[in-house]
Design a protein around this ligand. Structure first.
Ligand code: SAM
Length: 241
């Protein structure tokens, strides 16, 4: 196992201040709208229009707020107090209630079987940052009665080069995943992959910089033949037993 564990990077209040603006969270942005649309479609498929969702590494609430707006009972789990405070403030401002739980996805993963307390466990842009991705998938599996939905940067994409360049220049280094190994990790937890979709042929950072949903849509459609090297795998899996 390598030494990647980026959780400390997300505890700073300074980072939380411009986190949403930098990632265009809450805006009618190309990347966010595709991400949220994927997660909501898969959760609806797994549990229907009602149910409970736990958002692991919820951050400032990109997914938690979307699910709460749709009427799901949402629990936001994160190790960063600053992130959860921001999420809670945003939820209250909209008159929504989201249960917030502070904890570590890896260190607090149950060692023995527990009764799952949520219908679906979701997680966006977190697996790439944790010390032990298998333990995180095990934690999500332990908490969910029906299924899990997550995303991960792909090794079979320019992401790997970006990460290697960052390792040299000092930027945040994250983990990239082999599609099959990721699906196998989910299978080991007693789940069956029901969808695995690669998205974002151009780098996500480029779309964020463009800030033009129509242009990003046109570019990605034009590059659909190259979807095999898209940067991120979105995966949904249902409990088999
Ligand atoms: C890149 S942010 C993603 C936030 C949100 N899911 C989103 O898509 O905007 C990563 C989040 O995962 C959380 N995180 C990272 N490692 C964690 C761990 N070991 N336990 C709990 N949360 C963790 C961080 O605190 C941060 O809020």
């Amino acid at each position: 196992m390598d030494s990647i564990d980026n959780k400390a990077n997300y505890r700073s209040r300074t980072l939380v201040t411009d986190y949403d603006a930098k990632r265009r969270i809450g805006e009618d942005d190309y990347v966010n709208s595709l991400e949220v649309a994927y997660f909501t479609a898969q959760v609806q498929r797994l549990t229907g229009p009602t149910g409970s969702v736990i958002d692991m590494g919820a951050g400032t609430g990109k997914l938690s707020l979307a699910f709460a707006r749709l009427g799901y009972a949402v629990t936001a789990f994160d190790q960063s107090e600053a992130m959860l405070e921001r999420l809670d403030a945003k939820a209250r401002a909209e008159g929504l209630t989201i249960a917030c739980r502070l904890g570590d996805i890896v260190a607090d993963a149950p060692q023995d079987p527990v009764e799952p307390a949520h219908d679906v466990a979701v997680s966006s842009r977190v697996l790439m940052h944790v010390a032990d991705p298998d333990a995180m998938i095990g934690h999500m599996a332990a908490l969910s009665r029906k299924g899990i939905v997550l995303d991960a940067p792909r090794r079979a994409s320019p992401n790997l080069l970006l990460v290697k360049a960052r390792a040299l220049t000092g930027g945040e280094v994250y983990r990239c995943f082999d599609d099959r190994a990721l699906a196998a990790s989910v299978t080991r937890q007693g789940f069956r992959t029901i969808d695995a979709t690669p998205m974002f042929t151009l780098p996500i950072g480029l779309h964020l910089a463009l800030g033009n949903k129509a242009l990003s849509t046109t570019l990605e459609r034009g590059l659909s033949v190259a979807r095999g090297v898209a940067s991120t795998l979105f995966l949904a899996a249902e409990r088999t037993g």
